[in-house]
Design a protein around this ligand. Structure first.
Ligand code: PLP
Length: 469
């Protein structure tokens, strides 16, 4: 029986003497996975052992193309030498010290870099460790800002239908994906919900401009009536990710910004999924030159290496908290691992590669390649729409193309398609029956071709099975 080499030899002898089958069994016996029905996992277990470039390798040596950037994170591929080295170098200095009342070298340098890269309005960086916590912080910051400014009645938030901002209780309270959020309803605080201008699934309108203008009118109606009690509005930047990969029509985001300014409501932009080049700009807000009051970033910030997130804000908001301690205007929030040195060093190395390689420029070419590779899928009899914003893509599967009649959700056609893709050598996760395609920014043309071919084959096989052909 062969044993796996895990860790160094000493630890291998001590506790990690384990073969593949035992690992599978132990994963089922001891673990509980996020956003996973464990019964599904037990039917289709997968234990990743290593990665290289855009490939992941499991404990049996099977290779998989990383078609979802390991959940929308990875940028330059796995085991990037420069990021590896930056972490090792930092490790020789220190792994972690607290940011409560003190700073550290890489967190300072990263804060400066983030301010430099982000829109002009943003001047301060508050660290955390996941997208959800960066949103949680944004909400608390906005809420307290108004108290500190003497307007404590501004306490509520506006969100958009189908929004997803993470899974902490605050983040789900400004989230509106019913299938995830309704279970926790009584735990949540209530937000006002404005319609999302969904140009693909609108029940009665087809014209993009009309859909946009109607959504802005409804938002203005809410603001008119409630602005005196609203602290902020949370918006995913230009595309709703986990809500189904739906893209805002042109001009909507700018319209939201104008309305937030008009009604004195803080604009909180969530760039957790879209930041760091995913949409073809460093941040998706740049597509419409939106200037947020607060912006959240995570995922791609470390190139997909370590859990660093940040909430960026304006100098004006920062100043509302700056006073003698006894004024009790301090921002009462912080996590143990906030500003972790290893993560910040990885993020700095990651961002250096963007600059040196002119990565955002290079992404433009990849975006065009993906567009032409995905074009034939639009003609597939069970693909109702192919949506793409930069390197973020969603391919929606339906039972009947003409009427857009969905497959029965219980048939889980999206899920089964991704399991078929796994068999064919590529990993991703669906959102309902929408297949997410979000490869690392460094994926080559040849790798993109392979990925799309696998996706096409899996869609063909699974949809045929689903309709019983
Ligand atoms: N915000 C958006 C727009 C996201 O897409 C996500 C995760 O997918 C989050 C927040 C939550 O990020 P995390 O999973 O790092 O908590």
């Amino acid at each position: 029986m062969s044993y796996l080499r895990i860790g160094n030899l000493k630890s291998q002898r001590r506790m990690y003497r384990v073969n593949q089958q035992q690992l599978i069994e132990k994963s089922s016996q001891y673990m509980w996975l996020p956003f996973t029905q464990m019964k599904d996992y037990d039917e289709h277990p997968l234990v990743i052992e290593s990665g290289e470039g855009v490939y992941l390798r499991d404990i049996y040596g099977n290779q998989y193309l990383d078609g979802y950037s390991s959940l929308w994170l990875n940028v330059h591929g796995h085991r990037n030498e420069e990021i590896n080295q930056a972490i090792k170098d930092q490790l020789d200095k220190i792994a972690h010290s607290t940011l409560l009342g003190a700073t550290n070298v890489p967190s300072i340098m990263l804060a400066e870099k983030l301010v430099e890269l982000s829109p002009e309005s943003l001047a301060r960086v508050f660290y955390s460790d996941s997208g959800a916590t960066s949103v949680e912080i944004a909400i608390k910051m906005a809420y307290q800002y108004w108290q500190n400014k003497g307007k404590p009645e501004k306490q509520k938030f506006i969100t958009l239908q189908n929004a997803y901002h993470g899974d902490t209780v605050g983040a789900i309270s400004v989230g509106k994906v019913d299938i995830f959020h309704r279970v926790y309803k009584s735990l949540m605080f209530e937000s006002l919900v404005a319609p999302f201008p969904d140009v693909v699934h609108h029940p009665d309108l087809e014209d993009e401009e009309e859909i946009r203008d109607r959504a802005l009118e409804e938002l203005e109606g809410i603001l008119k009536e409630h602005h005196h009690e609203i602290a902020g509005m949370t918006v995913e930047s230009l595309i709703q990710g986990a809500g189904g990969m739906n893209i805002m029509p042109k001009g909507y985001f700018k319209g939201v910004e104008k309305l937030c300014r008009k009604y004195e409501v803080l604009l909180i932009v969530d760039e957790v999924a879209t930041g760091f080049g995913r949409t073809g700009k460093m941040f998706a807000i740049e597509h419409e030159q939106v200037q947020p009051d607060i912006m959240t970033v995570a995922k791609g910030i470390t190139g997909g290496y370590l859990p660093i997130a940040a909430t960026l804000t304006t100098e004006e908001i920062y100043e509302a908290f700056y006073d003698d301690y006894t004024s009790l205007k301090t921002f009462f929030h912080g996590h143990s691992y906030t500003g972790n040195q290893l993560g910040c060093a990885a993020a700095l190395a990651n961002l250096e590669i963007y600059e040196r390689e002119n990565l955002i420029e290079k992404v433009q070419e990849k975006v065009r390649i993906i567009e032409s590779l995905l074009a034939p899928l639009k003609d597939h009899p069970h693909v109702s729409s192919v949506r793409q914003l930069g390197m973020i893509c969603g391919i929606e599967l339906v039972q009947d193309k003409a009427s857009k009649k969905p497959f029965l959700w219980e048939d889980r056609v999206g899920y089964r398609t991704t399991i078929k893709m796994r068999e064919l050598g590529m990993l991703t996760r669906p959102i309902g029956d929408t297949i997410v395609f979000m490869p690392p920014l460094a994926t080559t043309e040849e790798e993109l071709e392979k990925m799309v071919r696998i996706m096409e084959e899996a869609i063909e096989i699974t949809t045929k099975e689903a309709i019983g052909v």
